[in-house]
Design a protein around this ligand. Structure first.
Ligand code: BGC
Length: 882
């Protein structure tokens, strides 16, 4: 283009137009992504002082928020302002509402605008809303269930015809169930959530969901239809075929609040005027799958014009239990990615098997057409045997099988309602006619968390590892963080969750997900302060108190505070954190925690033939003592944040004693630990157990140990998350990369080389000879070892939170290249906005591009220089010799 193309007249005009546009249509700064309690337009806020967050957008470098203004009202245009506040500070995350008391079941509208440090003011944000939940006294509905004993395995249908006398202005449905529910109005599904009301410690609290159902209702006759399933409440959950853990009766509670255009109101509730009958689901449970007989479908049962026959019986009302009804504080479980069938083939055994190419959690949507009574079975498996046959022995007693019985008309689409499966392959039996690829689609189903992180490098194996980590997360973040999604387990194992939480917070926005689950951690904590192995606890009261598992009570609240800047999590969990530390103290003698059962460094490396005694066994009480220190340390951190100075003092004194006791019990005067394992040194160094002057030599012993195993890791669930962190911290970045990039067993990349698409439970789920590890504990979708993701984001890409300014208000960007990587790139959507760090190395030059969101700052440390560059928001480029 001709450089002089812009004549000065044109230029002036352009500048004028530009300025005009800025003034007339927009400002230089704006706000976006408004949330309340981490959620977009939430429907059931129980907190009296909900917290508002927003992100500031600006193209101007070094932008900070100088002040904010929030307006709140009860109409979409906020004509009448109920609360307004202007505050001169830079807080944009979790700002407390502090206006007049909010009413229950009310929709509030709000917007925000901000001023920056350059004198710019944003426009008012688009109006967003939140709705307050029901108070206990607001519930007029009654729990309803089938009359008599609820012994049938089949899913009951419950229906009610209602007559709305006038035009509807607004309609809100509050629904929950004991068991699972799927609701519909006039034949259309209400909402897109699965497994509602979600799994909580039901004996303590059950969540209800809130739906805006105005669009589904009309003046005149409408029909509400709800189907119930066993779910976690009544179905099989836990070990030993345990059933009915929470109760033996599935029940529904629903309240529909309608406001007519003339302002009058009507409330429709579940009560004994509802009718029930059984439908096409003959049986459904979480582990075993679902059996659906299309011949038993009742045409139009949930729609207008249906005539109930004598099969429809009155329901019975049931008394309220002691459990609290609470609004949802996390995301719902919804459908996500769909996978086309890649290949249909016959195995050597003659089975018809379909490959979807990805180990995922959800189900297969199957199209089929055939004679009435035809039974199609879909069985699910994660892997094939060495010989190429369908392998389900590792599912233990979980059947993971969906059965569909055709009714013999037009083609039908089948999918389960109250069960999910973990699989890559399915085996199809009984399909009528030719099974074609387009007859099957797999859909991933998991908690609706936004993807927040992206990570890639010049090494394709590492990229596959990142893929596997994030699919391990998707498959196991199905309302609660589970160990695995396929065998007869699928429980909220606390050790796994604490190991993976930080990595999880890089990949996805897990703030709401863990906020919800931490309530269950508190609820299921035992009166003596011990924390169960699994939460929600469906094991016994004795299954509690294992080091590294129970410490979830201190670790996850702290991780969420650091990742999202949520001080409220520390406030609400503080009691639980403290009770856990006090529990350990009550078990300890002379400050030494050396009692009780512990899982230890679960699934550490064990050679097949261990004649040489090379199994990496770490003394369990030694491990316990390090977690005692760690939990105490995190409690002190939380006490500091919350200004609890007495506790800070008290627990600091305790911490010193815990460390002294550790040294006396576990370390020789020269600094050698009684267990000469990687995990022993890793935990001692990570949790600062050793005197400063003995740390470097301990790190050296760790390096020696790694070398002794030919650059292989030997750590289990507890050592693995910190292994590379410790090596990096003590200057052994090269060894950390050696471990990360190790391709032979045991290593992170060994499963990748073996074709894994998720993280495996064991380092050698499939052994080098192609055979499997012991079938009774061999999941191929278990996220714990994926905890290396945290190190990858922090060290390779270099994106780190700064604890003093949590939630990435301050960011440390300090990439540490290695392992022959020539480039890496990551981004993270933080509560302030997007952070980016991407680098390349070529011709001896290290080039780094970073982006820092508005209202945040960053410290950049280029590799090898140690020099710190302090920057404000904006995009920057750095170069240094490498
Ligand atoms: C689970 C784990 C869990 C462990 C306890 C296993 O059955 O799958 O991941 O942490 O038990 O050690």
């Amino acid at each position: 283009m001709n450089k002089n193309f812009l004549t000065s007249g044109k230029l002036t005009l352009l500048i004028f137009l530009f300025l005009f546009t800025m003034n007339a249509f927009g400002q230089k700064i704006s706000v976006k992504d408004l949330t309340v309690e981490h959620l977009v337009n939430p429907f059931s806020i129980d907190r009296p002082n909900p917290r508002f967050s927003w992100k500031m957008i600006s193209d101007i470098k070094n932008t900070k928020q100088r002040s904010y203004e929030i307006k709140l009202g009860n109409s979409p245009k906020i004509e009448k302002v109920l609360w307004k506040t202007t505050v001169d500070n830079d807080q944009s995350v979790l700002v407390n509402y502090n206006g007049p008391q909010l009413s229950s079941k009310t929709k509030y509208y709000w917007q925000v605008r901000v001023k920056d440090n350059h004198g710019n003011t944003s426009a008012w944000s688009p109006v967003q809303y939140f709705q307050t939940g029901l108070k206990p006294e607001d519930w007029q509905a009654k729990w309803i269930a089938v009359a008599g004993k609820d012994t049938s395995l089949a899913s009951p249908l419950l229906r009610k015809e209602i007559n709305l006398k006038k035009q509807v202005r607004s309609a809100t449905a509050y629904i929950t169930a004991k068991g699972l529910y799927e609701a519909s109005i006039n034949g259309s599904r209400v909402g897109n959530a699965y497994f509602a009301p979600g799994w909580t410690s039901y004996k303590d609290h059950i969540q209800y969901q809130v739906y805006d159902v105005k669009e589904s209702l009309k003046k005149g006759v409408n029909v509400i239809g709800v189907m119930l399933g066993d779910g976690w409440y009544k179905g099989r959950i836990g070990f030993g075929h345990q059933k009915q853990f929470y109760g033996d009766t599935r029940a529904l509670l629903m309240q529909l609040e309608v406001e007519y255009t003339d302002g009058s109101k009507e409330t429709i509730v579940t009560d004994n005027s509802w009718k029930t009958s059984y439908g096409p689901i003959l049986a459904a449970n979480i582990y075993d799958g679902e059996t659906y007989d299309a011949r038993l479908e009742i045409q139009g049962w949930n729609n207008i014009g249906f005539k109930e026959n004598t099969n429809w019986k009155p329901v019975q009302e049931m008394a309220f239990g002691p459990e609290k009804l609470v609004g949802m504080s996390g995301p719902q479980v919804t459908k996500h990615e769909e996978f086309k069938a890649l290949k249909i083939f016959k195995t050597p055994k003659g089975e018809t098997v379909v490959d979807f190419g990805q180990n995922l959690v959800g189900w297969v949507m199957l199209k089929a057409k055939g004679p009435a009574g035809t039974r199609i079975s879909i069985s699910h498996a994660e892997v094939l045997t060495k010989e190429g046959n369908f392998y389900t022995t590792n599912l233990r007693t979980a059947k993971q099988q969906n059965n569909y019985i055709l009714k013999g008309e037009a083609e039908q689409l089948f999918e389960p309602h109250f069960s999910f499966q973990g699989f890559r392959y399915v085996k199809i039996d009984g399909y009528p006619g030719e099974l074609r690829l387009e007859n099957l689609t797999a859909v991933a189903v998991y908690s609706d968390m936004k993807t927040s992180g992206k990570f890639s490098t010049s090494n394709p194996l590492l990229n596959q590892l990142q893929h596997n980590i994030s699919w391990g997360q998707k498959g196991n973040f199905v309302d609660v963080p589970t160990d695995c999604p396929q065998r007869d387990e699928r429980l909220g194992w606390t050790g796994d969750a604490q190991a993976f939480a930080l990595t999880a917070a890089y990949n996805m926005d897990v703030s709401g997900f863990f906020t919800k689950w931490l309530k269950d951690v508190s609820a299921d904590q035992l009166p003596n302060g011990s924390v169960p192995f699994v939460v929600p606890n469906v094991l016994t009261q004795n299954d509690a108190g294992s080091a590294g598992w129970a410490d979830v009570a201190t670790i996850v609240p702290w991780d969420m505070y650091v990742s999202y800047g949520d001080q409220g999590i520390l406030e609400s969990q503080y009691n639980s954190m403290k009770k856990w530390v006090d529990y350990i103290s009550s078990m300890a003698k002379n400050n030494l925690w050396n009692t009780g059962f512990h899982f230890g460094d679960w699934l550490f490396y064990r050679p097949n033939d261990d004649n040489d005694g090379r199994a990496a066994v770490t003394d369990k009480y030694m491990i316990a003592q390090t977690f005692y220190a760690h939990s105490t340390h995190l409690l002190i951190n939380a006490a500091e944040v919350l200004g609890k100075t007495d506790d800070v003092k008290k627990y600091n004194a305790l911490l010193a004693q815990i460390k002294a006791a550790y040294i006396k019990e576990n370390m020789t005067p020269n600094g050698k630990l009684i267990s000469n394992t990687q995990t022993a040194y890793v935990l001692a160094l990570q949790f600062d157990m050793l005197p400063e002057n003995l740390r470097a030599q301990a790190a050296q012993r760790l390096v020696g140990n790694v070398k002794d195993y030919g650059n292989h890791l030997t750590t289990g669930f507890l050592g693995t998350p910190y292994l590379c962190h410790v090596l990096s911290r003590f200057g052994h970045e090269d060894v950390a990369y050696d471990l990360l990039l190790q391709e032979s067993y045991p290593s992170w990349l060994y499963p990748v080389k073996m074709g894994a698409t998720t993280i495996w439970e064991r380092w050698d789920g499939i052994k080098q000879d192609g055979t499997f590890q012991t079938a009774d504990m061999n999941s191929f979708n278990h996220y714990a070892y994926g905890a290396i993701g945290d190190w990858m984001y922090k060290n390779i890409a270099g994106i780190n939170p700064v604890v003093a300014k949590p939630g990435y208000k301050a960011i440390l960007i300090a990439p540490r290249p290695g392992g022959k990587l020539t480039s890496a790139s990551a981004e993270l959507e933080t509560v302030y906005g997007k952070v980016k760090s991407s680098w390349t190395i070529a011709d001896g030059i290290f080039k780094l591009n970073v982006t820092v969101p508005a209202n945040a700052t960053a410290t950049i440390v280029l590799p090898g220089t140690g020099k710190k560059n302090e920057i404000g928001s904006g995009s920057y480029h750095f170069e240094s010799k490498y």
